[in-house]
Design a binder for this molecule. Structure first.
Ligand code: NAP
Length: 439
């Protein structure tokens, strides 16, 4: 008899888990359950639209979706349409691969002033996430501040700086292309609390800043004069960190070419407060010193006028009703992906929001190996009771199956083709569901 597994969440971790299950030597059936009508998670709705090569990983996921034993159930939300307990009864095993769905907080005054946004909301908006299309980003001010030194901060800074010509061949939403095109932003200030050696970004992302048509990159050479601690850290660091610093040295020694916008990378600075009367008008930055690898505030403070702030200091997981959760780490406590026999986690809800897409392959494979070991040992609680499709039908839930997603995909590509764009995304729930039903 086959092992029936529900994988919840159709981003990279969910698809890599499905793939490892379906290519195992056991007879496994996988139902991949997703709250949106569309698969691929952050590959569709997080990866920056000007990075089509990264988005192309979805081609591998398409192959998994066509394997015998695989079914996609989009537009089905656990906790709303089906409970965790029901899933446990319906399947031999459940794997949560739901990612980290909210943003980490800064915990400073003014954080919630209008004009202070989590970067995650801006990313979801320009990528066409149907829950974020009503947001209105005021980009009319001269300076935007991006807090954080990770790849998401660089995505946001770059997207704010791209020219209409650079955005045109991407699948950025029309609303975002239009808003960025008429934005008044002249300076994008990216603020890191530690130094250039400690930044979390990766060399390709740092390097491509230097190739933007419409923005100069400015780095203060003083920020690259390393103290003994950072010099030793750089010496021992992996080549990626060395390449990051080489790129930064290049920017520091380059005279600005006079492009319309400037991306200014500023280090050793933490936001102390976001200031303004009813909306963001300035940010107070405190100068830090590095002590034992940590940013320690000095007395030195500066107020920098700005009209919009994007807080890009990492994602945070959200608890699932009925599933254990560690609020501090934002993850489900687990051992190698096993919560208990029959219940597993993969991806960011397992290890926290770190790594690149490929990291999730190893991560999900580790989880699946434990699941398969439990199946072979007869340790999975066998609690079959009906089927998901019967339960959804009884509740009137209109699941979008894989054919429905393929219909959305065709509609979007057909709309993009005459305009030389990879696709024009449907980004409203009603449009997505209507296109899926037309399959
Ligand atoms: P991240 O890589 O964890 O970076 C978070 C940044 O926020 C770090 O610079 C961190 O500094 C800073 N930070 C945290 N708390 C702070 C605070 N209270 N005040 C000031 N700064 C603070 O997170 P992310 O950028 O959201 O990216 C998430 C993951 O997705 C990462 O693994 C990333 O590489 C990946 N990703 C990859 C790509 C790509 O490959 N192109 C694109 C986007 C995202 P400290 O180091 O000092 O803590």
């Amino acid at each position: 008899m086959s092992v029936r597994v529900a994988v919840v969440g159709s981003g990279p971790a969910g698809f890599y888990a499905a793939s490892a299950l379906l290519t195992s030597d056991l007879d496994v059936e996988v139902d991949l359950i997703e709250r949106l009508p569309t698969p691929w998670g952050l590959v569709r709705l997080g990866v920056a639209p000007d990075h089509p090569n990264i988005k192309a990983v979805s081609r591998a996921f398409e192959k998994t979706a066509l394997q015998p034993g695989f079914r996609f159930f989009g537009n089905v939300e656990i906790g709303r349409d089906v409970s965790h307990e029901e899933l446990r009864r319906l399947y031999d095993a459940v794997v949560y691969a739901v990612g980290a769905q909210t943003d980490r907080r800064l915990g400073i005054p003014g954080e919630d002033l209008p004009g202070s946004w989590p970067a995650t909301a801006f990313v979801a908006w320009y990528n066409g996430h149907p829950d974020f299309q009503e947001l209105e980003f005021d980009l009319s001010h001269e300076r935007a501040v991006v807090i954080g030194n990770g790849n998401v901060a660089l995505d946001v800074a770059r997207m704010l700086a791209l020219t209409p010509e650079e955005l045109a061949p991407t699948d950025t939403t029309d609303a975002a292309i239009e808003a960025i095109g008429r934005s008044g932003i002249r300076e994008i200030l990216v603020v890191g609390r530690r130094g250039p050696v400690q930044a979390a970004w990766t060399p390709v992302e740092v390097g491509e800043l230097g190739e933007l048509a419409g923005a100069d990159v400015v780095v203060d050479p003083a920020d690259l004069e390393l103290d003994d601690e950072s010099a030793a850290e750089l010496e021992a660091a992996p080549p990626t960190v060395k390449r990051n610093v080489e790129h930064l040295r290049g920017y520091a020694s380059r005279a600005p070419a006079g492009k319309p916008r400037t991306i200014r990378l500023r280090f050793f600075s933490s936001p102390a407060a976001i200031l303004g009367d009813g909306r963001v008008e300035a940010i107070e930055l405190g100068r830090n010193e590095l002590v034992g690898g940590r940013a320690v505030a000095t007395e030195d403070r500066e107020t920098v006028p700005c009209g919009v702030v994007f807080r890009s200091v990492g994602y945070h997981g959200v608890p699932l009703a009925g599933v254990p959760f560690d609020e501090r780490t934002g993850t489900v406590p687990n051992d190698g992906g096993r919560v208990e026999p029959g219940l597993y986690v993969a991806g960011w809800i397992k290890r926290g929001p770190s790594g690149v897409i490929g990291t999730n392959k190893k991560d999900a494979t580790e989880t699946v190996q434990l699941l398969l070991a439990d199946a072979r040992a007869g340790a999975l609680p066998t609690r079959r009771d009906g089927s998901l499709e019967e339960l959804l039908a009884a509740r009137g839930v209109d699941a979008v199956m894989y054919g429905g997603w393929e219909a959305i995909d065709r509609t979007e590509r057909a709309a993009g083709e005459p305009r030389g764009r990879p696709r024009i995304k449907l980004c409203r729930w009603d449009e997505l569901l209507a296109a899926a039903r037309a399959s």
